[in-house]
Design a protein around this ligand. Structure first.
Ligand SMILES: Cc1cc2nc3c(=O)[nH]c(=O)nc-3n(C[C@H](O)[C@H](O)[C@H](O)COP(=O)(O)OP(=O)(O)OC[C@H]3O[C@@H](n4cnc5c(N)ncnc54)[C@H](O)[C@@H]3O)c2cc1C
Ligand code: SF4
Length: 331
């Protein structure tokens, strides 16, 4: 590991000043991803700005009944919070489906959103990788890509976003609050992560020196139920091959409100807008769900070894909607 500076600011303003003042600076949340990447030589920041002691570790209700989650709230605390378990079960389930108890006790909300892809070439500095070294190539496209993207990928990168939490936040219409050298701004989680295009080195729309200060959840829609399901190679401690977060409310036997997001399929949590548009107002039958999900997954462009993900995601999404229908409170 290369030598680096270390700062532990006590205010957001001080953290942003430090981050913006050093081009090679990185914010340090729980360190469970960043420090691993430093050990591998993938990241070599000149300065670590440790944000874990900033006053961003609280969760509070918003005036309209939503939830404000500080960026340094630990994944375990977020998953266990009574307001999350009762109002946003998909989020609690997504967090608990990720990593291990020890990691979740350390990992933070901000760090989870910004964790890097687990593409094996990205993590191996002896191999080319456009995300790590722009212009060096993408060996995954012809190489080991069983775990990688089927939707929204490009010639230059076929990586997936690894976060379970972000998929639930995308389905729940959460927003990210950012504080940077030019002030504050709010970005919907669905617009926060990028598709790779021809510059896959940019995972998100975050600007240099910007700090995530909080994530805000709107109030859960009246009468809605939600869930998160994840398929992986092992029962625990593995990233998603495919995952789905769904929020549903039913009125008179028809879909009233629905949101659906996939994980493990793309460079970002994939909000299934095509399926959602087709689902609104349809009878809550397996056939209607399957037609809508098929229309969404029509956009899939699997690679040589990962076509299985499309069928897997389809079965998971239809199963999730059927299960939620059986639990929905009839309105
Ligand atoms: C063995 C293993 C298995 C795992 N399995 C899963 C899994 O199944 N599902 C899953 O979702 N995750 C999994 N993870 C990933 C884990 O959830 C992430 O490492 C963790 O959430 C990152 O949070 P952190 O606070 O430790 O981030 P850090 O490592 O501190 O930071 C990650 C990135 O975020 C930046 N950052 C941190 N906080 C902020 C902030 N407030 N503002 C701006 N930038 C910030 C850092 O600069 C860095 O670039 C696994 C990790 C390991 C090691
Ligand atoms: S898929 Fe993306 S992260 Fe993986 S080798 Fe290709 S460019 Fe790098």
């Amino acid at each position: 590991m290369k030598p680096f500076g270390y700062l532990r600011p006590t205010s957001v303003a001080e953290a942003v000043r430090a981050g913006a003042g050093h081009p090679g600076a990185r914010f340090l949340g729980g360190g469970t991803n960043l420090v691993d990447l430093m050990k591998l030589g993938v990241e070599s920041p000149g300065l670590l700005v440790d944000v874990s002691r900033l006053p961003l570790d609280r969760m509070t209700r918003t005036d309209d009944g939503g939830l404000r989650i500080g960026a340094t709230v630990r994944n375990s605390d977020l998953a266990a919070h009574p307001d999350v378990r009762s109002g946003y079960p998909a989020l609690s389930q997504a967090l608990l489906a990720g990593a291990s108890g020890q990691l979740r006790n350390t990992a933070t909300t901000g760090g989870n959103l910004l964790q890097r892809t687990r593409c094996p070439y990205f993590q191996d500095v002896s191999k080319p990788c456009n995300k790590r070294v722009p212009g060096s190539g993408c060996p995954a496209r012809e190489g080991a890509h069983r775990d990688l993207a089927v939707l929204g990928h490009s010639q230059d990168c076929v990586a997936t976003n690894p976060s379970d939490m972000a998929v639930a936040l995308a389905a729940l219409d959460a927003t990210v609050q950012l504080h940077g050298p030019e002030g504050e701004r709010t970005v919907p989680v669905t617009d926060f992560h990028r598709l790779p295009g021809d510059n896959p080195d940019q995972d998100t729309v975050i600007r240099p020196g910007e700090l995530i200060t909080e994530v805000v959840l709107p109030p859960p829609p009246d009468g809605s139920v939600s869930l998160y399901r994840k398929a992986r190679d092992r029962a625990s401690y593995a990233f998603a091959l495919a995952s789905v977060a769904a929020v549903l409310s039913v009125r008179d036997g028809r879909v009233d409100r629905v949101s659906l997001a996939f994980g493990g399929l793309a460079h970002r949590p994939w909000r299934a807008r095509v399926a959602e548009d087709l689902l609104r107002g349809v009878p809550t039958t397996g056939d209607a769900f399957a037609r809508a999900v098929d229309a969404e997954l029509d956009a899939a462009r699997p690679l040589r070894d990962n076509a299985f993900k499309v069928g897997l995601a389809r079965r998971m999404a239809v199963g999730a909607l059927v299960e939620l229908t059986s639990r929905a409170v009839p309105a």
